[in-house]
Design a protein around this ligand. Structure first.
Ligand code: FUC
Length: 812
């Protein structure tokens, strides 16, 4: 046997077993003794039996539009599965495929304009300050780079016209999308999953009758890319990232699809005999196969925000080669195990109003009319699924669309908007026990601390680092879009607060040591740039704005908006506590403490509302019902304002919420939901959740609609459900703080609480029955239910239980 023939026969063995679902493919391809294995019929995938309604999205017909398709994702890779019969489409994404290339958007004129902008603002000449900023202080270019689609995997099934018994579904417990139907006496099954273990998207086509699969496999390139067959069994799509706003597209990218077909009894040709490019340079055609497996990988030349020298072709080829030597069952089993490791940590039962199985789109549509607690549980688990699928260690963070985008020009560039949206994406991470998913955000903030240091110097002559209201793959940090939106220096600080939150839930000091330099740098920026406002002598940001909201001066530019003061107060407090925990930086701690004491306080206005600005402008602002509720940051996600400790401010926050009203974007509703839960207003929070998870705020595939699709609403919804069931700020674990009447009996297990705790509990007839709190032995937990309270140290066994006994909460 020549080396070439031996290689070919080893490859054949692996392919045969892979397509047939045969574990023999796990034999080392280097072991010549085993030779080619004969194909075996497709095995049943090792999936647990079909899950309950609250772990399954399902539909009676294929997706007609993108927001009906079902998302799968490995963190790095994403796909939207349409479930078509005669033609199936998987729209593909790769996390680093963005337009543009490394660039420096800072504006060298900004620093010189700073003193005059400040003077104009303190002289109440806001329009002039706005115009000056527009002329001299904004990024160049004025926009950032958009996230891009990577094209489509297109499967055409010749001769398939009619079919019966159609169903498509997405199982949240296994993260497998599946389409089934019958035709001409055979049942056909198509499965797809995105493996974060093997970094490939895997599609398998099977039938319960042999030799019945005919398919043409192609990759449909986005504009500017091309695709072609590479040998008999592979299609390769190659492209170059688009140029945008004068920034040249620097990325090269590749999508590679390898087709592996098995026919009972024999292998024909390199992928099953009739598997060939068959004269069409863009298709791989398979005829009369028993089963077909398609492995898809994608990569770009992105290494970091300043290095685009990776080899995408080497990356895709290596990923496919590694996946190919595993059997399909092994790929699936590893994927299911890794998915289950995170997903299985939390179970939730909010009760069942209607036990009949109904398609997800019908349930979402009907939930406006009748309460459907199972839909809320499904929405919760779907949100957890989306976070796991779009943000994994090593991937980019979840952007405005998570990982899923079918456009070259997506809404708001599908970027990272950090004046609410990116932070909201991560609200559920720790609450819903997916702490690892924060890792990509940490990596992004580390980059921003570098690019933002340059922006801090060029725009403000300051130490530390700054990020304004948006960033992209290239970690651009200068103010974009125009002063109304961009001239807000507090984005990096808010991101640091999000990183701190992850510490607060885990109490992992090695993690704290990692993020401390970023927090310190963010604080340094404000030590250098806060200015004293003339009326009270408070330290304030200037220039700044209350995100995207114009004040009565008909511009948004101002000094010391309430949100800034609250975020900076948190940042400073966290820096002080972090330095204490780490036992470092004593003089810095004191300096930060002195500045914190001089920050402008949260103020109550004439209408009894929490003031959004330093001045009592709220009721004269042009958009009184504005979608952002920035000044309520202090109530949620922060805990500067609580019902118990600052009741006057909590009442003012409530007044502001009432003035603002419930109408908002998807994420705006989700934020309000979390805020009302913090106020203990269960029915109001529940009503907002119902609105959020029904049309028009939710699409048939349960994606949030801003509109259009934006994933933050999904994530804010998960966080809101957590906050209704469990809150853990201000040193207290509150059980069922906002339990609505619609969820009278239920249970939850595996939610996380600040301080390093996990909490499970059951309730019945609207009353808590009992709870179990686990954590590090020796850690002291204060647990509260209504007016009852219990403080207890976690014992050696790592957990304690409490029950409600008449008017008291007592150890079980
Ligand atoms: C902010 C919001 C918009 C949108 C955008 C991505 O600018 O005000 O509604 O969500 O981010």
């Amino acid at each position: 046997m020549t080396l070439a023939t031996r290689r070919q026969s080893l490859k054949m063995a692996a392919l045969a077993a892979l397509a047939a679902g045969c574990d023999k493919a796990l034999l080392s391809p280097r072991d010549p003794a085993h030779g080619p294995t004969s194909p075996t019929p497709p095995s049943t995938p090792p999936l647990p039996s079909s899950p309950a309604n609250d772990l399954l999205l399902w539909y009676r017909s294929p997706a007609r539009q993108w927001v009906e398709a079902l998302p799968i994702g490995s963190g790095r890779l994403g796909a939207m599965v349409f479930g078509g019969v005669a033609s199936e489409r998987l729209q593909l994404n790769e996390d680093t495929l963005w337009a543009g290339g490394p660039y420096d958007p800072t504006n060298p004129e900004a620093l010189a304009a700073l003193p005059e902008m400040r003077r104009l603002i303190f002289a109440a000449q806001y329009r002039a300050a706005h115009d000056l900023a527009a002329a001299h202080a904004m990024a160049r270019p004025l926009t950032q780079m958009p996230y891009q689609t990577a094209g489509d995997l297109v499967l055409s099934f010749p001769g398939v016209a009619s079919f019966e018994h159609y169903r498509r579904e997405l199982r949240l417990d296994t993260a497998v999308a599946r389409t089934t139907f019958t035709r001409a006496g055979a049942t056909f099954t198509r499965e797809a999953f995105a493996s974060s273990v093997d970094h490939v998207i895997v599609v398998r086509l099977t039938s319960d009758k042999p030799g019945r699969i005919d398919v043409d496999v192609a990759l449909a390139p986005p504009e500017g890319a091309t695709s072609e067959a590479d040998g008999d069994d592979t299609i390769v799509l190659r492209g170059k990232g688009r140029s945008e706003a004068g920034i040249e597209g620097a990325l090269r990218y590749e999508v590679r699809a390898e087709v592996l077909a098995a026919a009972a009894g024999s292998w024909r040709g390199s992928c099953g005999g009739s598997c060939a490019s068959s004269g069409n340079p863009r298709h791989v055609s398979v005829r009369n196969a028993d089963s077909v497996v398609i492995l898809v990988s994608a990569a770009t030349s992105y290494k970091s925000y300043r290095d685009v020298s990776a080899d995408p072709s080497a990356a895709t080829t290596a990923a496919i080669a590694r996946a190919r030597i595993k059997a399909f069952d092994a790929l699936l089993a590893d994927h299911v195990a890794e998915h289950g490791r995170l997903f299985g940590r939390v179970s939730i039962d909010l009760g069942v109003a209607d036990p009949s199985p109904r398609p997800t789109d019908e349930r979402a549509r009907d939930s406006t009319r009748a309460d459907d607690p199972q839909l809320a549980a499904l929405y919760f688990q779907f949100g957890r699924y989306l976070l796991m699928s779009s943000s994994r260690p090593g991937s980019q963070p979840a952007n405005l669309q998570g990982r899923w985008n079918d456009s070259q020009t997506p809404p708001w560039g599908s970027k990272y908007t950090v004046n609410i949206n990116t932070e909201m994406n991560y609200w559920p991470a720790d609450r819903a026990n997916l702490g690892e998913c924060v890792e990509p955000l940490v990596a992004m903030v580390k980059d921003l601390a570098e690019t933002g240091a340059h922006t801090a110097r060029v725009h403000y002559g300051a130490r530390g680092w700054v990020t304004h209201h948006n960033t992209d793959l290239w970690r651009a940090s200068a103010p974009i879009d125009g002063p109304t939106w961009g001239l807000w220096p507090t984005g990096g600080a808010w991101l640091c607060v999000a990183l701190w939150d992850h510490f607060d839930y885990s109490r992992d000091e090695s993690y704290l040591a990692r993020i401390y330099p970023m927090m310190r740098g963010a604080a340094e920026f404000f030590l250098d740039t806060l200015v004293q406002e003339p009326t009270h002598g408070w330290l304030v940001t200037c220039p700044s704005l209350s995100p995207e909201n114009e004040h009565p001066g008909a511009v948004s530019v101002c000094a010391g908006p309430t949100m800034d003061q609250q975020i900076i107060r948190d940042l400073f407090s966290h820096c002080i506590e972090a330095a204490e925990v780490l036992g470092i930086d004593s003089p810095f701690r004191q300096e930060v403490g002195r500045a914190r004491d001089r920050l402008a306080p949260s103020q109550i206005g004439a209408a009894g509302q929490l003031q959004e600005w330093l001045e009592d402008w709220d009721l004269q602002a042009p958009e009184i019902h504005h979608r952002h509720v920035s000044h309520l940051y202090g109530l949620f996600p922060s805990s500067q304002i609580t019902l118990e400790e600052t009741p006057e401010l909590a009442a003012a926050a409530r007044k502001s919420l009432e003035i603002r009203g419930d109408e908002a974007t998807g994420w705006g509703i989700a934020w309000r939901l979390n805020l009302w839960a913090r106020l203990g207003q269960a029915e109001h929070a529940h009503g907002l959740l119902q609105t959020l998870m029904s049309p028009p705020r939710t699409y048939p595939n349960l994606f949030d609609s801003c509109p259009p699709f934006q994933i933050d609403g999904n994530f804010g919804g998960v966080s809101g459900i957590c906050e209704m069931l469990l809150q853990s700020h201000a040193g207290v674990i509150r059980l069922l703080p906002a339990l609505p009447k619609g969820w009278p009996s239920g249970s939850v297990a595996g939610l996380r609480a600040r301080g390093g705790f996990s909490v499970g509990m059951t309730w019945k007839n609207g009353q808590l029955e009992g709870a179990r709190v686990s954590g590090r032995p020796g850690a002291r937990a204060v647990v509260r239910y209504r007016e009852m309270s219990l403080a207890k140290v976690i014992p050696e066994g790592g957990a304690f239980s409490v029950v409600v006994d008449g008017p008291t909460l007592r150890p079980a």
